[in-house]
Design a binder for this molecule. Structure first.
Ligand SMILES: [Zn+2]
Ligand SMILES: [Zn+2]
Length: 251
C-alpha cells in the first residue's frame, strides 16, 4: 500500500543516514533519526519517528500527523515525559490530560506533530522527581522541593526539540501552548514560530478542581494553600467552558 508520508520520512534518513553536526544548545545536542513506523492510535493515524542522540543515549520520539517534511506553519506540541502522569495516571500533575488533549487536537488536523521529550520531572529525572514529591508530602512546595534537591526550578532545555524539528525539515511552527516562555526558547534557538495555538483542556470529574484552580490562579479566586503539585509541562491550562463567574460555586 502506498504511503507518501512514510516515504517522505524514510527519505530523510536515506539522505543523511549517519547524521552528525556541531550540535545545538549548551550541551551541543545532535540527534539522528533511528527508526520510523506507522502508528495508529485512539487519537487517529500517525507516524512515529524515533531519534537517538549523541550525548546521553536518550530516545526521543516525534508523533507525526500528515506530511510535515518541508512544511510551514506546522502545529507542534512539546511534551516532556512524565511516567507517573502519562502512564500511571497520577493526579499530582496534569501531564496525561495535556498529552491526550494535544494528541486529540493534532489527530483532527491535516498535519501537525507532538515531540515526546524524555526529560522526566522537568529535566531532573524520575528518582529526583519522586524525591521532590516526598518533600512536598512533607510540606514543601514544588519550587522549594526542587531547590532543596539542588536543582533549579526548571531544568528543561529544548535544544533536542529544536534539532528534531530541523531533522524533520519543518520550516516554521505554530506552537500549541499557553506558555509564552516556550515560544521564547524556540525562537532563541532559531526556530520560526509564526503563531501560537492555545492548548485548551477538557476537564474530567477528578481534575476539574485542580485545572480550574490553575486556570484561575491569576484571578485569586481560591485559597491555593492546600493545592500541591508539580507543574511538569509548565503550561497554565485553559479549561473548556470554565468561567470565573461559576467558580467557586455559590454556597
Ligand atoms: Zn545534528
Ligand atoms: Zn506530570
Amino acid at each position: 500500500m502506498s504511503d507518501p508520508i512514510y516515504d517522505n520520512l524514510k527519505r530523510l534518513v536515506q539522505e543523511d543516514p549517519e547524521h552528525e553536526c556541531e550540535g545545538i544548545g549548551r550541551e551541543k545536542i545532535c540527534v539522528r533519526i533511528a527508526a520510523i513506523a506507522q502508528l495508529p492510535t485512539r487519537f487517529g493515524q500517525f507516524h512515529i519517528v524515533a531519534f537517538e542522540n549523541n550525548r546521553d543515549g536518550k530516545e526521543h520520539v516525534a508523533v507525526v500527523r500528515g506530511n510535515v517534511v518541508g512544511a510551514q506553519d506546522v502545529p507542534v506540541r512539546l511534551h516532556s515525559e512524565c511516567l507517573t502522569g502519562d502512564v500511571l495516571g497520577s493526579l499530582r500533575c496534569d501531564c496525561r490530560d495535556q498529552l491526550e488533549a494535544a494528541l486529540e487536537m493534532i489527530g483532527r488536523m491535516d498535519y501537525g506533530l507532538l515531540l515526546y521529550l524524555r526529560q522526566e520531572g522537568r529535566g531532573i529525572g524520575l528518582i529526583n522527581k519522586i524525591r521532590a514529591y516526598a518533600l512536598q508530602d512533607a510540606g514543601l512546595d514544588t519550587v522549594q522541593a526542587n531547590l532543596a534537591l539542588g536543582f533549579r526550578d526548571d531544568e528543561r532545555d529544548y535544544a533536542v526539540a529544536v534539532h528534531m524539528l530541523l531533522s524533520l525539515r519543518v520550516r516554521s511552527v505554530r506552537l500549541i501552548t499557553n506558555n509564552p516562555k516556550k515560544i521564547e526558547q524556540l525562537t532563541e534557538y532559531g526556530i520560526l514560530v509564526t503563531d501560537r495555538i492555545p492548548h485548551v483542556m477538557k476537564p474530567n470529574p477528578y481534575n476539574r478542581f485542580y485545572l480550574q484552580t490553575k486556570a484561575e490562579k491569576s484571578g485569586h479566586l481560591i485559597d491555593l494553600s492546600d493545592i500541591r503539585h508539580l507543574e511538569e509541562q509548565g503550561d497554565p491550562p485553559i479549561v473548556k467552558r470554565s468561567s470565573a463567574r461559576r467558580w467557586p460555586p455559590a454556597r
